[in-house]
Write a protein that binds this ligand. Structure first.
Ligand code: ADP
Ligand code: MG
Length: 730
């Protein structure tokens, strides 16, 4: 029997690396060619229009209509020069992907022909028929209007023949329906709060930028094999498959030489990314077979996130050209590493200072300690929100599994920095400092850079690690929109910085000198954040127990985690910083709950189909060949005394095969019944909960029996590409 699997494997043998022709060109010659950046604006816009846009970018001022027309004209001229025929508002709805609806640059003229057209009105704002995007009930169907509005802070770019304008997406009544709008608000909040705190140290600071460097992990699977796996096609994850005899045990994939077909693919998508101004810097093999990573040079968070979304899109498109499929799912394969998207994050000033980097003298180091401890305090205070921002149906498979952080937020600081904080806690007095104490503390603080520079120890098991000049949030999932985590992190840090300023100012008002007030407050924070500091092995069971003793959250359950958004404390922190209203939070939670439910529902249906239509018939067919064999033996040896001995193992196999088939059928039936019960539930939270506790476990039960059958059934008959093929064939 020729299964699709064997056809796919035959295809695979024909694959050759496909290098692109123009290789060898200097990257700097074409970097950003497809981006309407400042240099191009200067060339294509009038001086007045250019200055207007610059002001909007730098100060967040509004683009006025008359100017918008001028800008549109210049932008269109550039776009058409570069082969664009269409334009689109490009946005980040609350799905797992970006959205675009293309319109041609044409209008009818009075003579019945068409002219190229693009007005300021179309540039600045649009009203897509967006009723099919998740809104969590904010837009009733009769009020399905949503608006997209141009985000000037992220430059327009051309993909193929389409000019793309990064936009926010809001409801008619102004509520955010996307990831970008709240992200911009969170970034504005942290900018303001951080600038205020910076005034203690440097009056020249007038802007603080939040930076993000994401590390994107992914798997590649040959397209033919992918097409022969309905589970991968529809859910991006294998819902069945016995582990391969060899996978990552030998640790021979990580950082090893990149396979030729893969490097050809990487070079191709990197080139596309460079054209789009995405500064990709690093590429390497990851731990699991066929797993890889790409990372750029860090950028401002909003731009970095647009670039991440864009690069994922580019990677998907280019993969098809190379007969690959790229998997961004957090856990495509059971039993081996999953994929994350480490979010490297820092704050920097317009005076060129990284606020999370130790400085050169006591003053800058006090500033560094201030920001370090405020971040720690914010993370400690809102661990639950940080978890809620990254937990999804797919990421829960990864967290707590092979080489992934658990669903517990802890902070790694490294030996030296821990020592600095411990010392500060001991030496800063609660009462007024003597001049001697002051000098000695300042001296110690001044020494930080020397000890840190040579001592940036690393701990790969920490979900939130300080890595010398930034924090690295490692629990973020590979398929996530970074904005989800970045909204929370920047908001809670903004809130904390405001609190810090209020506390210090309060002490100053009581007559305490500013520096002492700062040190005393930091000392208090050191005490209060102690139990979130952890430098040990975050993957160990001991840590899970220890974290429980310390009272840290450990939530690996999406419906429960999402509740964090609706606690009074969270509503207040988002409200006070003008990031989310209560309505927006409720809507968001509903969208996330629905996403969770639907993902499990889809997985459950797909697994049901494959189990009943692919696996059971294969098991039966195999059983029939066994039965035929036993029947034949019986015809020949039926009367001999050793018949039992001759056919015993096959009789045994018939029983085993039958046992697993029976179980698959029963458990698929149970799963369908569990779904029916859950589907009747109206409340989104309760429904997600039922899917979590009664449908999800069935997936594992069914898989167990399918994987057992895979070990028994004739390899020639097995219809689905096996793990060894998915992971090693390329
Ligand atoms: P790793 O050793 O963790 O792989 P890399 O040096 O490859 O670290 O950097 C990972 C990411 O961190 C890159 O995107 C890099 O640009 C980014 N990064 C470096 N410094 C900062 C910073 N100060 N703020 C934010 N991101 C940063
Ligand atoms: Mg890293």
């Amino acid at each position: 029997m020729a299964t699709l699997r064997f056809f796919a494997l035959k295809e695979l043998l024909k694959r050759k690396p496909m290098y692109i022709d123009e290789l060898g060109k200097l990257t700097s010659n074409y970097f950003g060619k497809n981006v309407f950046d400042k240099a191009k604006m200067k060339k294509f816009l009038s001086k007045e229009a250019y200055e207007h846009v610059m002001e909007a970018i730098e100060k967040g001022s509004r683009i006025d209509r008359k100017m918008a027309d001028q800008i549109a004209l210049g932008m269109r001229a550039w776009a058409i020069d570069n082969g664009a025929t269409h334009y689109t508002h490009w946005f980040h709805p609350l799905t797992d992907a970006t959205a675009e609806k293309h319109d041609a640059f044409i209008d009818l003229d009075s003579a019945g022909g068409v002219v190229e057209a693009f007005s300021g009105k179309l540039l600045v704002q649009q009203e897509p028929d967006a009723s099919s995007f998740p809104s969590g009930g904010i837009r009733n169907t009769f009020e399905a209007r949503g608006y997209t509005a141009w985000d000037v802070s992220s430059p327009a770019f051309i993909v193929g023949t389409t000019l793309c304008l990064p936009t926010i997406f809001v409801s008619y009544t102004g509520e955010a329906l996307d990831y970008k709008m709240p992200l911009l608000k969170a970034l504005a909040a942290v900018d303001k709060a951080a600038v205020d705190v910076c005034q203690y140290f440097d009056k020249n600071v007038s802007k603080v930028t939040s930076n993000l460097g994401w590390e994107q992990e992914y798997f590649l699977v040959d397209e033919a094999l992918f097409m022969a796996r309905p589970d991968l096609m529809l859910t991006e994850r294998t819902l069945m498959g016995h582990s391969s005899s060899k996978d990552q045990q030998l640790e021979d994939h990580y950082f090893s030489s990149i396979p030729e077909r893969v490097i050809a693919y990487m070079e191709d998508f990197e080139r596309e990314a460079y054209l789009l101004g995405i500064p990709l810097k690093t590429r390497h093999n990851e731990v699991a077979p066929n797993q890889f990573e790409v990372a750029p040079i860090f950028e401002e968070v909003n731009l970095a996130n647009d670039h991440n979304q864009l690069v994922m899109d580019v990677m998907k498109k280019i993969a098809r050209k190379h007969n690959f499929r790229v998997l961004f799912h957090e856990k495509p394969f059971k039993g081996i590493n999953g994929s994350g998207k480490h979010n490297n994050w820092s704050l920097s000033t317009d005076t060129g200072v990284n606020l999370l980097s130790p400085g050169k003298n006591p003053r800058t180091n006090m500033q560094f300690l201030t920001f370090l401890l405020n971040v720690m305090k914010a993370v400690h205070e809102h661990q639950d929100l940080l978890l809620a921002s990254i937990l999804t149906a797919s990421n829960t498979h990864r967290l707590g599994a092979n080489e992934a952080p658990p669903s517990i937020i802890s902070i790694f600081l490294g030996h030296e920095l821990n020592r600095v904080l411990d010392e500060l806690e001991e030496t800063v007095p609660d009462k007024k400092m003597t001049p001697d104490e002051k000098t000695s503390i300042k001296l110690n603080i001044g020494k930080i850079p020397e000890i840190l520079l040579d001592n940036t120890d690393r701990n790969r098991t920490s979900p939130f690690a300080f890595t010398g000049n930034r924090f690295e949030y490692r629990a973020v999932g590979s398929s996530a929109n970074c904005a989800s985590a970045m909204i929370v992190l920047n908001t809670v840090v903004a809130a904390q910085l405001k609190k810090f300023k209020a506390e210090v100012d309060g002490l100053v008002e009581k007559g305490i000198k500013k520096d002492e007030a700062i040190l005393q407050t930091l000392k208090k924070y050191i005490k209060e954040t102690k139990n979130i500091r952890f430098d040990g092995n975050g993957y160990s069971q001991e840590w899970v127990e220890e974290a429980a003793r310390r009272g840290l959250f450990n939530i690996n359950n999406v419906p429960e985690a999402l509740e964090a958004y609706l606690k009074d404390k969270s509503i207040k922190v988002f409200g006070d910083n003008d990031v989310f209203s209560k309505i927006e939070l409720e809507a968001r939670v509903e969208v996330e709950l629905e996403k969770f439910t639907k993902k499990i529902q889809i997985e459950s249906r797909v697994l049901g189909d494959i189990a009943i239509n692919h696996i059971v018939p294969t098991g039966v067919a195999y059983m029939n060949t066994l039965i035929q064999n036993v029947q034949g033996l019986k015809d020949i040896f039926g009367n001999e005394s050793d018949f039992q001995e001759l056919a015993g193992d096959r009789l045994d196999l018939i029983r085993k095969t039958s046992y697993h088939i029976q179980n698959i059928k029963n458990k698929v039936h149970d799963m369908v019944e569990a779904r029916k019960v859950a589907n009747k539930e109206e409340d989104a939270h309760q429904k997600a909960h039922l899917y979590d506790i009664s449908v999800r476990p069935c997936l594992d039960d069914i898989r167990y029996h399918v994987d057992k059958l895979e070990l028994i059934v004739d390899n020639e008959m097995w219809p689905l590409p096996k793990y060894r093929e998915l992971l090693f064939a390329r």
